[in-house]
Design a protein around this ligand. Structure first.
Ligand SMILES: Cc1cc2nc3c(=O)[nH]c(=O)nc-3n(C[C@H](O)[C@H](O)[C@H](O)COP(=O)(O)OP(=O)(O)OC[C@H]3O[C@@H](n4cnc5c(N)ncnc54)[C@H](O)[C@@H]3O)c2cc1C
Ligand SMILES: NC(=O)C1=CN([C@@H]2O[C@H](COP(=O)(O)OP(=O)(O)OC[C@H]3O[C@@H](n4cnc5c(N)ncnc54)[C@H](OP(=O)(O)O)[C@@H]3O)[C@@H](O)[C@H]2O)C=CC1
Length: 472
């Protein structure tokens, strides 16, 4: 017996779940869809702009789940948590024992912060994922004097940039900042902008250089029951201006260390953080911005295959190893053979792309049609803002997996732009574009078409030559 019957069941109201519904609303509006969401707010995407075929930028907002009724005429919203999936009988069972019979299901339950190992020892160790966790962080910023930030990815970088009036100790495993997204050269570009806001005239000169790098030169780095969706792009703006003290940021970066232990004390500073190099830091609270793990927070009659991170392993159509069970977004592990210039990172662009693909494949299954993998999986692209600069990452932007004999061509103008091309056998395999470079579309074409750039030499990045003319 079931309480509800549906053709499509979507679990989760983050970007992946909502995109899946939006796509099904276009492909199959007459068929019933049920969304099972643990939070009453869902994500929606607006102001989508394309810098090139595959390079997309958009805004993410939170809205009432009921607004989905305007998107899909045949949707039913169930505000509950998924407890169990009975794949044999095509049944999903919620915490309150509501039973939903589906023909296809897409799991979009996202991720939860992966905190440092001592996180259960103190409530002063915080992870950031949803609005609630940011509120707690905001409260701690109001009175905090010193915080430790652990991790070297997107969240840590944004926190360091956005907070002021508090002493910050940034603890990272790498030997340069923001290693998930950039290389040591770009890290230096950003650190110079921290040091001084204005640049001397004679420092504004553009520097162009080619370097043959090896893998050893560039190290490729790639709290609770949090069931709300992950935050939107401008979440860190909520941290700005909490303390209005002006002046130099009190920032200390400690490189190549990890946190060994964290203990609470009754001393002036309530938290004692011991690092792997023996250093002791006393602080008010610690932010663990140390990645996400997939939220597979329900049980199965039969376990599907999992990826190395515990996420649901999916093929190129986003289907798990269990027929008619699809997955998309942070909960999914991309287990198909990737195109040469694509790899998975837990980002909302990818959550959106995976969910669009899942919806197409679910629709094809129901209507007995064939489906092809979407073109967006040909090229890794990420468009974001870091330390106040627009940053576009393309393909193997840090030489990921290119072996030991690739070249790097750099053009940098202090406080203005940082452009890095990763070349192998004369062809472009990846790029980091920081600032308003206007090179996105050209780079996308050069990577996708694998044009031999040897004849252009270093002119490919010469600011006085409009290289686009060659390819028109
Ligand atoms: C602070 C922060 C900043 C970020 N900034 C960026 C950025 O600038 N650019 C970028 O590309 N990415 C960014 N990300 C990553 C991005 O937010 C995620 O990759 C993306 O939101 C994942 O979407 P999702 O739909 O898979 O998961 P989520 O957004 O986590 O949504 C999961 C949904 O599933 C629901 N759910 C969970 N378990 C259950 C259950 N058992 N039953 C029912 N419902 C359930 C939750 O309520 C939620 O609605 C950021 C992440 C964070 C935390
Ligand atoms: N602008 C953007 O695009 C943003 C994207 N995001 C996304 O949100 C998600 C969460 O962000 P975030 O938490 O920053 O995750 P990230 O995966 O971006 O970064 C995690 C960082 O923590 C480090 N780390 C992991 N475990 C430890 C540990 N035990 N001790 C010290 N360091 C550790 C990792 O190092 P190592 O690499 O060595 O494992 C890495 O530097 C990610 O999917 C991220 O891509 C978040 C904010 C902004």
């Amino acid at each position: 017996m079931s309480d509800l019957e549906t053709t499509y069941l979507i679990v989760g109201g983050g970007i992946a779940g909502v995109t899946c519904i939006e796509t099904l609303a276009i492909l199959h509006p007459e068929e019933p869809v049920v969304i099972l969401t643990a939070s009453s707010l869902v994500k929606n995407v607006s102001n989508v702009s394309f810098f090139a075929k595959t390079i997309v930028k958009f805004d993410v907002h939170e809205t009432e789940a009921s607004s989905l009724q305007r998107i899909h005429p045949n949707i039913k919203i169930v505000y509950e948590s998924l407890k169990e999936v009975d794949t044999e009988n095509h049944l999903a069972i919620t915490d309150d024992n509501v039973r939903i019979r589906y023909q296809t299901i897409c799991i979009c339950t996202g991720g939860v912060p992966r905190l440092i190992s001592d996180s259960n020892k103190s409530k002063k160790i915080l992870g950031i994922r949803d609005t609630e966790s940011v509120k707690e962080f905001q409260n701690r910023l109001v009175t905090g004097r010193k915080m430790v930030v652990v991790g070297n990815g997107g969240i840590a970088s944004e926190i360091i940039h956005a907070t002021s009036g508090i002493q910050k100790i940034w603890v990272i495993r790498d030997d340069y900042i923001s290693a998930t997204f950039i290389d040591p050269g770009a890290a230096e570009f950003f650190q110079n902008t921290f040091k001084k806001k204005t640049v001397d005239e004679n420092e504004k000169n553009t520097i162009l250089r080619r370097h043959v790098f090896t893998e050893e030169d560039i190290v490729v780095s790639l709290n609770k029951d949090l069931k709300s969706a992950a935050l939107g792009p401008d979440w860190y703006r909520k941290l700005e201006g909490i303390r209005n003290e002006t002046g130099e940021q009190e920032l200390e970066v400690i490189y190549k260390v990890e946190v060994k232990s964290v203990t609470e004390t009754t001393n002036d500073y309530p938290l004692v953080v011991e690092l792997s190099n023996g250093k002791i830091i006393n602080c008010d609270f610690l932010i663990s911005a140390t990645g996400v793990e997939p939220a597979v927070n329900f049980t199965w009659d039969k376990e599907p295959k999992a990826g190395p991170d515990g996420g649901l392993a999916v093929n190129e159509y986003q289907e798990t190893s269990l027929r008619n069970v699809f997955a998309a977004g942070d909960v999914a592990h991309a287990s198909w053979e990737h195109a040469p210039h694509w790899f998975q990172l837990k980002l909302w662009t990818q959550a959106r792309q995976m969910a669009g693909m899942a919806a197409k494949a679910m629709h094809a299954r129901i209507t007995n049609q064939e489906v092809l993998q979407d073109f967006c999986f040909e090229l890794f692209t990420h468009c974001t803002t870091l330390f106040g600069y627009r940053i576009v990452l393309l393909g193997k932007y840090n030489g990921q997996g290119l072996g030991t004999d690739y070249e790097i061509l750099l053009r940098t103008t202090p406080n203005l732009e940082y452009i890095k091309f990763v070349l192998k056998d004369g062809r472009l395999h990846g790029a980091i574009l920081i600032g308003e470079t206007d090179l996105e579309e050209m780079c996308e074409n050069l990577i996708l078409d694998q044009i031999d750039l040897t004849p252009f030499g270093d002119d490919i990045l010469n600011p006085d030559i409009d290289i686009d003319d060659y390819f028109d």
